[in-house]
Design a protein around this ligand. Structure first.
Ligand code: AMP
Ligand code: GLY
Length: 415
């Protein structure tokens, strides 16, 4: 099978890497990719948001499968363009990607499907926002309705701050605060069949102890030794399958990766958000532990034949990804800082450096080119072992101003 991965981040590096070691895959291409992805794929300088250009590239390369990584092209309808060109595409249609593209739409689907989520009010005026904040109470949760790259959500005890965020957005969803640990559960879907992956956990805040501003994600691990038994079956029955069924009923089937961001609250599980693509950085440790070949799963999902292939299986052990971010992230990430030390790590040692915001400078040196620079991903016998290997990897890499959290998977590794 010939494959083409669209995107440029750590998630796309993990997906391209998993495809490259799948015996069924003869070629991996990526657009636009990054220097890490270039180690496992042939890169093509095509704009991921340009559906016509992506479809033309897929046709020219004669690929059997396109995998669209990020949300922006999905919400823009790039998967529709690829399918219209007669090429199988893993990634939901523009209509189905609204589950991520509009938080108000996602709430409406959850209501119709009976999926447990936070009570919420959609507000377009300051008066409506003030009334919703008073009704739902503190801590206040105010979400920009549209795509905001993980930065559209404000959770605060400060009413003024909550009102200010609402005023700064055109349309917001104000919702009740959800307590309890968060879980990322991903499912491969073909519009009707749903195959959940192992649960993972992401660390969204920039600093240790969940302090500081939200980021795209500073680290992740899988599986979750503390997760209640039956969690995956429970989420499949109460969240994933009802949502996929409701989308099919509406005539906009969801085929692609459905990402349920969940809170395990004192009153039971609740959906925090849906995303319409693999999560970043959770995909990095998940791909490190995936035992089944990836291409047949994604191809079957893209062609409505998921029940013809076996569900994914997993290697024993644990995987941990620690993100190294650039100086100034998330407010004002620095770029062009020279990165050293990535060459010494390799999959053979079970420590893998997955590139996100990296580039080559004029002299061919590896430099930073974005907020999240790399995710050092390690596999170990258990979380403590995987953590130790990942941090050993982090300490062998350096660039000016590098930032990372020291507590990724720490609490979970202590049992
Ligand atoms: P979202 O973009 O919806 O995933 O929100 C980003 C982050 O904000 C989530 O991962 C949570 O940590 C936090 N968050 C979102 N909604 C809520 C909520 N209703 N209660 C508490 N925290 C939330
Ligand atoms: N890990 C968070 C996200 O991918 O949105």
């Amino acid at each position: 099978m010939r494959t083409l991965v669209i995107g440029t981040g750590g998630r796309e590096h993990a997906l391209a890497w998993a495809l490259s070691r799948d015996p069924a895959v003869s070629e991996v291409h990526a657009a636009p990719g990054n220097p890490g992805i270039a180690e496992v794929a042939t890169l093509h300088p095509v704009d991921p948001l340009d559906g016509a250009a992506v479809a033309a590239l897929a046709r020219r390369l004669g690929v059997d499968l396109v995998v669209v990584g990020p949300e922006a092209p999905l919400v823009a309808g790039v998967a529709d363009d690829v399918r219209a060109a007669g090429v199988a595409c893993f990634g939901p249609s523009r209509a189905a990607a609204r589950l991520e593209g509009s938080k108000a739409f996602a709430k409406e689907v959850m209501r119709a499907a009976g999926v447990p989520t936070a009570r919420a009010r959609v507000c377009t005026t300051p008066e409506e926002a003030a009334a919703a904040l008073a009704e739902l109470g503190s801590p206040y949760v105010v979400k920009d309705d549209g795509l905001a790259a993980g930065k559209g959500v404000v959770v605060t005890d400060d009413l003024e701050g909550a009102l200010a965020h609402a005023a700064a957005c055109e349309r917001v969803v104000v919702e009740e605060y959800l307590d309890g640990p968060e879980v990322s559960l991903f499912a491969i879907c073909d519009g009707s069949t749903v195959y959940p992956l192992q649960p993972a956990q992401d660390f969204k805040r920039i600093f240790d102890g969940d302090e500081g501003p939200n980021t795209g994600g500073m680290g992740a691990y899988t599986p979750l030794p503390w997760a209640p038994p039956g969690l995956v079956d429970d989420v499949l029955a109460t969240v994933l399958q009802p949502t996929v069924d409701e989308m099919a009923r509406r005539g906009t089937p969801f085929a692609g990766l459905l990402y349920a961001g969940l809170a395990l609250t004192s009153r039971g599980l609740r959906v925090v958000e849906f995303n319409a693509r693999f999560g970043d950085p959770e995909t990095q440790p998940l791909m490190a532990l995936l035992a089944s070949p990836l291409a047949p799963l994604l191809h079957a999902a893209a062609t409505g034949t998921l029940s013809d292939v076996p569900p994914p299986t997993w290697r024993p052990g644990s995987a941990v990804a620690v993100v190294m971010a650039s100086k100034g992230y998330p407010e004002s990430p620095s770029s062009g800082d020279v990165i050293v030390g990535t060459e010494t790590l390799s999959v053979e040692t079970d420590v893998h450096v997955l590139h996100a915001g990296t580039a080559r400078d004029a002299e061919g040196r590896l430099v930073t080119a974005g907020g999240r620079v790399l995710a050092v991903t390690a596999v170990g016998a258990d979380l403590a072992d995987a953590r130790a290997k990942a941090y050993e990897g982090v300490h062998s890499i350096s660039f000016p101003g590098a930032q990372w959290r020291t507590d990724i998977a720490l609490e979970a590794s202590r049992g």
